[in-house]
Every structure is written in C-alpha cells, then in structure tokens.
Design a binder for this molecule. Structure first.
Ligand code: DC
Length: 226
C-alpha cells in the first residue's frame, strides 16, 4: 500500500515550509520541500553557466543534479549540491526568482516529477510546494492550501531573511513577492491554485502554533495520526 501523503501548498511566505516541518515532526514522517528542488535547478543552471533561457539544459540538470537533503547536528536543514553545502544560497531571493522562472517550464517540472514522488516512503510524507495536491500527489490523504495576506507574507519573509543576516528591504521584497505570486499563479502548467478537495486555511493573524494545531486536528479527524 502506498504510504500516506499530506500536501501543503500555498504562495511564498504563507508559512507552508514551517508548518510542513512541524506536521512532519509530529507525525514522524518524511518531508519534501519541493521549492528547494526548483531552487536547486536554478542554482545548478547558474553554476553550470547555462543561458538563463536554456530550457532543455535546465531540464537535464533537474533530472541529473546530485543533491542531498539532511540536517546539521543542531537540527537545522542542510542541502547539498554536488557535495557542497548550498543551504543559505538556496534561500536568497535571487535564487527564489530564478526558481520561479525555471518552474514555469513544463520540461523542468516533468524532470522533477519522479524525484518528488520518490520522497513518498513509509511511514508517510508531508510535501510542501505549489502543486503538491494538484499534480504531484493527486491522491494525497489530506491536502492543505495555506494563504495569508500579501502584506503579512512580505513581512514574514523579511523577518526570516533578516534573522539569517541578509540585507533586504521590505518594499523591494514586497515587489519581488508580488511578481513571483503573479508568475506562479498565471503560468500555463501547474499554476498555484487549491486542489478542489483542499482544506483552505487563511493564516493571516494566526500564530504558527495555531495553524499547526488546525492541520493536526484535521489530520486526526481523518485518522492520519493519534
Ligand atoms: O517555495 P519556494 O519559495 O522555495 O519556491 C521557489 C519557487 O519554485 C516558487 O516561486 C515557485 C516554484 N515552485 C513550483 O513551481 N512548484 C512547487 N511545487 C514548488 C515551488
């Protein structure tokens, strides 16, 4: 029997990564940060000196790049590309914009499909992204679509990047997030939208703990965890 999958989709800064991590920890399940795969593809392309418009080149890298997902001794994430720790470089807005650009190409999305599905291993998987519930795991046991107002999302991202020591400005970040939202929601393939059977949660004004509790309660009501 296929292991159970919980999908958490939503726009940038909706908190889906944080919520997905907390839910995976609670359930003792695996975690897929699918955005990291798009970010890795953009980064691998830049490092290989690919033309930013080279669709086939990026699709080839998406399928063949050598990446690992793990954690540091203090429990924080550690992602490597060709053996090199690229965790902080992956989180920059430059890499995020590059990811959003390559993510609009069907060839790249197709090349990442098998990689993403391979994360569904016992005892279960929590997957976060844009199309986890609509395309990658259409049979997921629970689909969450997480939203928040654009202002709150920009502010959350700003605090996140500041905490990591990045030199960012809130107006520039708001602009970038708006551009990325529009590109991610209007692209022809796998646009950001809730699956018809998704539970939509608006996290504006809610704490992380409140959102996690809500997701855990829904999962409990479906007997996904105690
Ligand atoms: O979640 P994130 O910010 O790390 O994602 C980076 C970009 O990757 C995002 O702008 C759109 C793209 N993406 C996607 O198209 N599909 C996914 N499942 C995850 C991310």
């Amino acid at each position: 029997m296929a292991p159970p999958v919980v999908t958490i989709d939503g726009p940038s800064g909706s908190g889906k990564g944080t919520i997905a991590r907390a839910v995976a920890r609670h359930a003792g399940w695996h975690l897929l940060d699918s955005g990291a795969l798009y970010r890795l593809t953009a980064l691998a392309g830049a490092r290989a000196g690919l033309d930013p418009q080279d669709v086939q080149g990026h699709a080839r890298l998406a399928g063949a790049m050598n990446v690992t997902f793990g954690s540091q001794s203090d429990g924080t994430e550690r992602i490597t590309l060709d053996g090199e720790d690229v965790t902080s470089e992956l989180r920059s807005e430059t890499t995020g914009s590059g990811a959003s650009r390559v993510a609009a190409w069907p060839e790249v999305r197709e090349a990442l499909l098998a990689r993403q599905r391979a994360f569904a291993q016992p005892p279960g998987l929590v997957a976060d992204g844009r199309d986890m519930g609509t395309v990658v795991f259409p049979d997921a046991a629970l689909k969450i679509f997480l939203t928040a107002s654009a202002e709150e999302r920009a502010l959350r991202r700003y605090k996140q990047l500041k905490d990591k020591g990045s030199d960012v400005s809130l107006p520039a970040l708001s602009r970038e997030i708006a551009e990325r939202d529009s590109r991610d929601s209007t692209r022809a393939v796998a646009p950001l939208k809730p699956a018809p059977d998704a539970e939509v949660i608006d996290s504006t004004g809610l704490s992380i703990g409140q959102v996690v509790d809500r997701v855990l309660a829904i999962g409990r009501s479906r007997s996904l965890w105690p």
